[in-house]
Write a protein that binds this ligand. Sequence first.
Ligand SMILES: [Zn+2]
Length: 72
Amino acid sequence: MTDLQHPAPQRVCPICKAPTELNNEAFPFCGPRCRLIDLNQWMEGRYTVTRPLDPQDIDEGQTGDANAAARP
Ligand SMILES: [Zn+2]
């Protein structure tokens, strides 16, 4: 069981799926442009990710529910 039976799979850019090489300066991307695109996507995903709930958030939510229930 060695990888010799299977040659290394073709490396492709995760952004545009273009073939890329290990010695590519932008590896694993095909070029600096796709590397930037991936970076932007990563940052956007990080900024839009839901932050973990804090106990304070739960307390505020319960207070809001209580007020809503107290309304006629
Ligand atoms: Zn690319």
